[in-house]
Design a protein around this ligand. Structure first.
Ligand SMILES: Cc1cc2nc3c(=O)[nH]c(=O)nc-3n(C[C@H](O)[C@H](O)[C@H](O)COP(=O)(O)OP(=O)(O)OC[C@H]3O[C@@H](n4cnc5c(N)ncnc54)[C@H](O)[C@@H]3O)c2cc1C
Length: 317
């Protein structure tokens, strides 16, 4: 007979860690995080550049932390260390390299089908984030350009001409960092940057003033072509330019098929349905973190979801 968990959390990012730690502190006993990566926080590990500044009030949105987790401004490394210590200090059980395939409710229990077996729990939180599925541009990306068209900085070298596409904080941070060792242009379809937080706006303006990078605003990309192994980019103002590499920093999208396989009801706009406690219409099934929003989540917001959900689960016991 499988052991029955009080709470299983799908996804070991800030949302999942927040739920697990707050739940443990509040007294929920049998808790497990299931994470498909080889460690927690895959979005932070894969999409944040090394030494990236991590803002608590990400994208200028001030968030008051509600629970017991004392998350502060820091760096990629200090944030990961802090999450390590939370998981260690609160003895959170976690299964890594284990991908959840589906969830279904049978009688009063959830059956969680994964690549490492089936688990049973009284409550379940889905917190899988959006960066498993980075947003793709509307035009097609030639297969032959796959290695030089990227969605994070993993493959970037030095001395390349790089086009960064996007108008948010990630795009600005990527562009400024890459410009230290590369020739960088940031392109954004609007006439000016409005989304980045004030610190990033100022940093970008300084880099531009000092001619450390260039910007192409108010133009959209309409097509990409392979030109002798490089990316030829066609803009909607009839210009074209050749780059060694393109980095898209245009966010991610909700994994709708996965949510459907987890029995999460969606409204007519294909957004997950949940109440003020992040509980879906299926009692005991919650969602947390970025997937609760169309856009604009953050680490602190995800951690707050954890506190809210833990408090709600405890109130039912
Ligand atoms: C480049 C960049 C910079 C950012 N900078 C900041 C910042 O400075 N400050 C800030 O507050 N926010 C920042 N953010 C936003 C922040 O990272 C997110 O809001 C936060 O990570 C959301 O947490 P989450 O737990 O909802 O999702 P995620 O962090 O995406 O975590 C989801 C986890 O679920 C796992 N998973 C997915 N599917 C499955 C499955 N089927 N089975 C098991 N596990 C699964 C994933 O591997 C992942 O580890 C940034 C985002 C990006 C992309």
């Amino acid at each position: 007979m499988n052991e029955i968990y009080d709470l299983i959390i799908v996804g070991g990012g800030p949302g999942g860690i927040g739920v697990a730690v707050e739940s443990k502190i509040l007294g929920i006993k049998k808790i497990m995080i299931i994470e498909k990566g080889c460690n927690h926080s895959q979005t932070i590990r894969k999409f944040y550049k090394d030494q990236k500044r991590v803002d608590k009030d990400w994208q200028g949105k001030s968030v008051e932390l509600l629970g017991n987790i004392d998350f502060k401004d820091g760096t990629k490394e200090s944030t990961l260390n802090y999450f390590d210590s939370l998981l260690d200090n609160h003895l959170i059980e976690a299964k890594f390299n284990c991908e959840v395939d589906s969830v279904k409710k049978e009688n009063d229990l959830f059956m969680i089908v994964t690549t490492c077996g089936t688990f049973t729990s009284k409550n379940i939180v889905i917190s899988v984030g959006k960066m498993g599925k980075p947003n793709m541009p509307a035009y097609s990306i030639p297969l032959s350009l796959k290695t030089i068209v990227n969605f994070n900085l993993d493959r970037c070298g030095n001395g390349e001409s790089i086009l960064v596409v996007g108008g948010g904080d990630s795009a600005v941070e990527y562009a400024c960092e890459l410009s230290k060792t590369n020739e960088v242009t940031l392109t954004y379809r609007r006439d000016m940057l409005t989304r980045p937080n004030p610190t990033n706006q100022e940093m970008f303006a300084n880099f531009l003033d000092d001619d450390l990078l260039s910007a192409k605003f108010g133009v959209d990309i309409v097509a990409l072509e392979n030109e002798r192994g490089k990316a030829k980019v066609f803009f909607d103002n009839d210009e074209s330019e050749v780059y060694d590499r393109i980095i898209y920093a245009i966010g991610g999208s909700t994994p709708l098929d996965f949510l459907k396989k987890c029995a999460i009801a969606l409204n007519e706009k294909l957004e997950p349905i949940f109440d003020e406690n992040y509980e879906t219409p299926t009692k005991g099934l919650y969602i947390a973190g970025d997937i609760a929003f169309k856009s604009g989540g953050s680490i602190a917001i995800a951690l707050n979801h954890g506190h809210k959900i833990a408090t709600h689960i405890l109130a039912k016991v």
